[in-house]
Design a protein around this ligand. Structure first.
Ligand code: FES
Length: 1015
């Protein structure tokens, strides 16, 4: 049928099927700012305005939009400078999103902006609640909504013609005040008629070293923000290639079955089907899908397609067709005869002697202690010191069991990849991945192509959170492109994200801790039964981290500091459930729920202050990381001293910010009869509601020592600007920005002069990818090293030019010269000599490229770290518990973090806010469950609930900087640590409120209600 659609005030005539959605049509017309997030409009990323009102384009037919005015993000503002043609610039909402740091991955950003536009047209003077309501239909998995909400308030103020000042860079600086409790500043009144105050900056306790920096430590705007607020076609699926086919995968209805017979003949005959592939059609190559460095530290146990299925949702066949609808139809025509096998759905059954064997394929390759005969993907035994002796020395022993769930990364952009042969018969894989170089290396044998004939392009990523540290699905379109010679796009549905992607390893954990009467921990032991699901991707390393990074925090006091007694044992078992994998935090959130809850219980049982008890036993600067002496992911351990620990200072800042001393142990505050400035007014003075306050302390790691490698190259252009090429992948974290900030600092130029590109395996240097909290630290150091090489050449060239200008020829033997490179300093796009003479970069660039002794000023460098300096944090939570229903409302989360020097407070605080929000879901509502046949109960964003803008507690981030000596700018990691402390802090706050322990998360109302009843 033919339709006339008015999009952004322009008429478009389109030919479409009656069943085609508006989302499909507008994207076909090139309006790529409208995004696919799910089939039901629940993510909201498909929002457009229809006659000024937000609607989900994926949930309505294109035909329904005829006769209406459709507005997409492309209809708002644009870059102000388009060469000779100037424009009106960005819309104030777009501008505010850029300035407020409201964009992380940017996948939800166009929809949020459109929802905000609709609000401001109706209500020019909204309050925060209005804004939260207005954008509640657009899910954001990255930001925690703090900065988007502030951006809308700011835009509203600008559109009302008010002063746009308002962001307060609250900092406490200098040695004297470095670690003293904060003084809360009153709202700034200097802006006079300012009606709306916005606050997007974290509180900063700044280390003195950052004082001298020009760019590092500053809240620079993200280098990719302007394109993302315009909805530019930056993401993997935002591409149209002539002749593109659409891929679909037939998935198993059984948890465990052998494929006895498979007949694809009817599907192949369907008009519009280009290829149907079953296990009989492609090479049988065993591999691991875990996106890790070589050799992969885990078993090889997966095939692109196999004659056995091991979970409901496992692959059975793949199809490429002219349209998604034909591909779907073809799936229904594939005839499969299964021999259904017994299934293991509970990890406790996996190692029983009579358990069915999930991996019986002869190609299985063991790693370390994996053993398919016992359904064991990994087996970990780490003993530090003498744990039994430590228990014998204790006055009291505490034992308890805990449980953590399987949860989904739920990035709003699904997994998506496009593959095609280029003109040189090289296979191009354009994919939303955190690990482009691993994709290339790992798929080469699977596709029977040499590495050199594969090019992986990583465009913008719409969130990953570890889910895209997996070579999960790129092989599907790649096989189909090989089969058909045509370009193929494969985009996961939201249901596939739940049944056919990866998730966090669920674990059942036992704790045993010995404590002396004075509060000294003498021995600490954890056993984890970890469920890797049907395949062992990341099985060893994720579960190893559960012990390695959580159990390392408490070493004990006194003599135990030098020789702590710590044990971590784990069995990682196969079950017939969807595979687990990497998820932000990488095993550590699983460790902190049992560890910190256990510590809280011990402190209360023995009558210690919970904060003092933790700090008494926590690791201190100058001590060995206990696990570095005993374990290294299956490699040789290398002992490592922890140099910077800002934990005590984090506690001081956090406890002051949340008002701990007013609230903890204060019955009047608990029951709401005593009002303080921190109390939620709706819950005051009620016999049903009880307030509670909780704390958790956590540490993470920064990169994997002696393994994680990042590379960078920088070259100078004719105008003195620089191209920075990194293999690192910015999945919304802001790494492109902070890496560029560090390079700009070394080069002495503003951030705008560094044009960052990441990443393409043909052009950018190798980088292991974005995981393990390593990008700023590892890839950032590589960029700094490359910038230093450039800077040295710039100085040499500047000295040559100044000497030439002074009429002096530098003689290599006599070294007769007036100006030497060693004395030259770089700054403000200029090379400066001590006598005040200077040469601008523009002249150095032209001279080096075009005039004298020509050369390309360029630096290439890489970096591997010998250490993994841990960041530390104190997480505080305040809750209100409905004692009748078990409903927990988390009112406030405050995290005080020592992540070393903060390169960009805006992007770093965005990481903390977003991480706390994901961790909050882990604490109270997110869980993937299966019925008795292994069928997933949660298959969409309705049953699987992630927090909306209108459901959020108050979030606050405090950075307590330390200067980590192993990094040129003193940084440590920030990305993963916010995942660790929220759940135990919330659990501890619930205990504080009502005296009830829940040992299993998420703490759903039902779970807590049962615990209250059983008390
Ligand atoms: S910035 Fe909102 S989903 Fe990533």
């Amino acid at each position: 049928m033919k339709l006339q659609l008015t999009i952004n005030a322009t008429q478009h005539e389109v030919d479409c099927a009656p069943s085609e959605t508006l989302l499909s049509v507008v994207r076909r017309l090139g309006f790529y700012g409208v995004k696919f997030g799910d089939e039901h409009g629940l993510s909201g990323s498909d929002t457009v305005l229809l006659d000024g009102k937000p609607v989900n384009a994926g949930s309505m037919l294109a035909a329904q939009a005829e006769g209406h005015n459709i507005v997409t993000i492309e209809g708002l503002g644009e870059h102000p400078d388009q060469g000779w043609k100037k424009t009106d610039g960005l819309h104030p909402i777009q501008q505010a999103f850029v300035e407020a740091g409201a964009i992380q991955c940017g996948y939800c950003t166009p929809a949020q902006i459109l929802a905000a536009k609709a609000l401001l047209e109706k209500n020019p003077n909204p309050n925060e609640e209005d804004v939260r309501d207005a954008i509640a239909g657009v899910l954001c998995r990255c930001t925690g909504y703090v900065k988007p909400v502030q951006a809308v308030l700011k835009a509203a103020a600008v559109m009302r013609g008010e002063d746009r000042q308002g962001d307060k860079y609250t900092s406490t600086q200098g040695d004297d005040s470095l670690f003293s409790p904060p003084t809360f500043l009153p709202p700034d009144s200097s802006s006079g008629d300012m009606l709306t105050m916005t606050r997007v900056m974290p509180k900063m306790v700044v280390t003195p070293q950052t004082e001298t920096y020009q760019t590092v430590g500053k809240p620079e705007k993200k280098v990719d923000a302007v394109k993302l607020v315009q909805g530019k076609p930056a993401f993997t699926a935002d591409i149209d290639i002539r002749g593109m086919l659409y891929a679909r995968v037939l998935r198993s209805p059984h948890a465990h079955a052998r494929i006895k017979k498979i007949d694809a003949s009817k599907a192949k005959e369907l008009k519009g089907v280009a290829a149907v592939l079953t296990w009989q059609d492609i090479p049988r190559v065993v591999y691991s899908t875990a996106g890790q460095s070589d050799p992969i530290p885990g078993p090889l146990d997966a095939f692109s397609l196999d004659n056995k299925v091991r979970f409901v949702g496992d692959r059975v066949a793949m199809v490429a067709a002219e349209s998604p609808e034909i591909a779907e139809k073809a799936l229904t025509l594939i005839e499969v005869e299964y021999e259904v096998l017994p299934a293991i759905l509970d990890s406790r059954d996996a190692m029983k002697p009579d358990a069915v064997r999930i991996h019986d394929e002869p190609e299985f390759v063991n790693f370390a202690d994996s053993n398919p005969e016992k359904n064991l993907a990994a087996h970990i035994r780490i003993d530090i010191g003498d744990v039994e002796k430590g228990f014998a020395e204790a006055d009291e022993i505490f034992e308890a069991e805990y449980e953590v769930p399987k949860v989904q990364q739920a990035h709003i952009e699904p997994h998506v990849a496009v593959t095609y042969w280029d003109e040189d018969d090289r296979l191009v894989i354009r994919t939303s991945t955190q690990v482009p170089f691993h994709v290339r290396r790992m798929l080469a044998p699977v596709l029977r192509l040499p590495v050199k004939r594969i090019r992986v392009i990583k465009p913008r990523i719409g969130g990953g959170f570890g889910g895209k540290q997996e070579v999960l699905m790129e092989d599907v379109p790649a096989h189909l492109t090989i089969a058909t010679k045509r370009p193929v796009i494969y985009e996961y549905t939201r249901e596939e994200e739940f049944i056919g992607a990866r998730s966090r390893h669920p674990m059942k954990i036992k704790m045993k801790t010995g404590v002396k009467r004075d509060g000294t921990i003498t021995a600490n032991s954890m056993y984890a039964l970890s469920d890797t699901g049907a395949y062992g991707c990341h099985a060893l390393t994720v579960t190893g981290n559960t012990g390695h990074k959580a159990m390392a925090l408490y070493v004990g006091d006194g003599k135990y500091r030098k020789s702590p007694n710590i044990r971590f044992y784990a069995d990682v078992v196969y079950t017939n459930t969807p595979p687990s994998g990497a998820f932000r935090g990488y095993g550590v959130p699983q460790g902190y729920w049992p560890l910190d809850r256990h510590i809280e219980k011990i402190a209360r049982a023995m009558g210690f202050d919970p904060i003092d008890f933790r700090l008494k036993n926590a690791i201190r600067p100058g001590e060995y990381h206990p696990f570095s002496t005993a374990w290294n992911e299956g490699r040789e351990p290398r002992p490592e001293i922890v140099h910077t620990v800002g934990l005590e200072q984090c506690v001081a800042q956090g406890r002051a910010a949340i008002g701990w001393d007013d609230k903890y142990g204060n019955e009047g505050w608990h029951n709401g009869t005593l009002s303080t400035q921190h109390v939620s007014p709706q819950h005051e003075s009620s016999s049903v509601f009880r307030r509670g306050i909780g704390v958790a302390m956590v540490m993470q790691g920064t990169a994997i020592p002696y393994l994680d490698m990042g590379g960078a190259s920088i070259k100078m252009n004719d105008d003195g600007s620089f191209n920075l090429l990194v293999g690192a992948t910015d999945l919304g974290t802001g790494s492109d920005t902070v890496i560029a900030q560090m390079a700009a600092e070394v080069l002495g130029v503003p951030l705008e002069d560094v044009i960052t590109y990441s990443s393409d395996t043909d052009f950018t240097p190798f980088d292991k990818g974005a995981y393990a909290s390593s990008t700023t630290y590892i890839s950032g150091t590589a960029a700094v090293n490359a910038a230093k090489i450039c800077a040295e050449r710039i100085k040499v060239r500047a000295a040559m030019m100044l000497n030439r200008e002074a009429g002096i020829q530098v003689n290599k033997e006599t070294r007769r010269q007036v100006y030497s490179a060693e004395e030259i300093r770089l700054g403000n796009r200029t090379a400066m000599a001590p006598d005040g003479k200077s040469v601008p970069f523009t002249e150095i660039a032209l001279d080096s490229l075009h005039k004298n002794d020509q050369e390309q000023i360029m630096g290439v460098a890489s970096y591997v770290s010998p250490v993994s300096p841990p960041p530390f944090a104190a997480q505080f939570a305040e809750v209100t518990v409905d004692t009748e229903t078990g409903m927990v409302t988390v009112d406030k989360l405050i995290m005080a973090v020592d992540s070393g020097v903060i390169v960009n407070p805006l992007t770093a605080s965005g990481q903390i806010e977003g991480g706390m929000t994901q961790a909050l879901g882990y604490a109270v509502c997110e869980e993937m469950r299966y019925d008795a046949k292994g069928q997933a109960i949660e298959r969409d964003l309705d049953r699987y609930h992630i927090f909306r803008a209108d459901e959020m507690p108050e979030l606050e981030t405090i950075f307590v900087e330390t200067f980590e000596p192993s990094h040129p700018f003193g940084v440590k990691a920030v990305a993963e640590i916010p995942m660790d402390g929220v759940a135990p802090a919330v659990g501890n706050a619930i205990l504080d409120a009502i005296g009830v322990n829940v040992d299993e998360i998420p703490v759903t109302p039902e779970r807590l209600w049962r615990a209250i009843k059983n008390k």
